[in-house]
Design a protein around this ligand. Structure first.
Ligand code: RET
Length: 273
């Protein structure tokens, strides 16, 4: 069998998509850290999680980039894979960041403690199951039953997460301040559109005959989806946090007061506000 190889262009598209992800994660990490200090304390939680998410992703993309470079050798104008590219970094990254992203969405809603805990617990369990069962399929042979089997198993918790976000949270979103409602709708659509890319990218090696093309689509697909699902999602969360804090009058307070604001301060607003 021919060793797996990529043209220079194919190798570089993937290389550049990793480089783009590193820049996006690094810049958004800095931005979230700086911006969160402008928010009153009770509104910072979700933005702190955004910073953690992009920080974790920055580290993993640096490792992914390095792993990609060392897995190939340029021979007669083609990049021949003579090492291993570690797909594990992505899955460890998702295992940590997917529950955090879901927690971000729940936290910015500012629901009662009981409801928050119940949602975060159920979404975390589903997210961990989705990623942990996807991994054995990801590293299996493209044409194997194993790949299809784990892909289907992983889709079950995936559908559950979407059900919670679209059906269960529908009534909660109606209780949110009027001006933030379109943002919550936007967030859920961004989530659906970007999270939908992952199972499609996973399918690429099964539906595309040319292994090199499938690999490029899979890697670029995952990288672009990660930038939309982490930094862009985080920016929307930040906008909502500012909108809610402003509505509660908490942003107009003096800086010293702002740092001292607690959850039950009237300027912070009601539970839903
Ligand atoms: C897998 C395996 C095949 C079936 C499904 C999958 C879903 C993966 C998802 C990943 C989301 C990752 C995110 C990362 C961002 O930081 C595991 C590919 C359904 C939805 C949001």
């Amino acid at each position: 069998m021919e060793p797996f190889s990529l043209s220079e262009g194919q190798f570089e598209i993937v290389y550049n998509s990793f480089s783009f992800a590193i820049a996006a994660m690094g810049a958004s990490l800095l931005f979230f850290l700086l911006k969160r200090t402008e928010l009153p304390v009770p509104y910072r939680g979700a933005v702190t999680l955004s910073a953690l998410v992009v920080g974790i992703a920055l580290y993993h993309y640096l490792r992914i980039f390095e792993s990609w470079e060392s897995a190939f050798t340029l021979v007669d104008g083609r990049y021949v894979m003579d090492g291993t590219f570690n797909e594990g970094y992505r899955y460890v990254d998702w295992l940590l960041t997917v529950p955090l992203l879901l927690a971000e969405l729940v936290l910015v809603l500012r629901l009662s403690k009981g409801r928050t805990r119940s949602l975060i617990t159920r979404l975390t369990i589903a997210a961990v199951l989705m990623i942990a069962t996807g991994y054995p399929g990801e590293i299996a042979d493209p044409d194997s039953f194993t790949r299809t089997f784990w892909g289907v198993v992983s889709t079950v918790p995936f559908v559950y997460i979407l059900w919670v976000l679209f059906a269960e949270l529908q009534s909660v979103i109606r209780t949110q301040p009027e001006e933030s409602r379109p943002w919550f709708d936007g967030l859920r659509w961004l989530l659906l559109a970007t999270w939908g890319v992952y199972p499609l990218a996973y399918l690429a090696p099964q539906v595309i005959d040319d292994a090199a093309t499938a690999e490029v689509i899979r890697q670029v697909g995952y990288s672009v989806a990660d930038v939309l699902a982490k930094p862009v999602f985080g920016l929307m969360i930040l906008a909502i946090a500012f909108m809610k804090a402003r509505r509660a009058g908490a942003l107009e307070a003096q800086p010293d007061d702002v740092a001292a604001l607690t959850d039950d301060d009237p300027r912070v607003g009601s539970i839903a506000g």
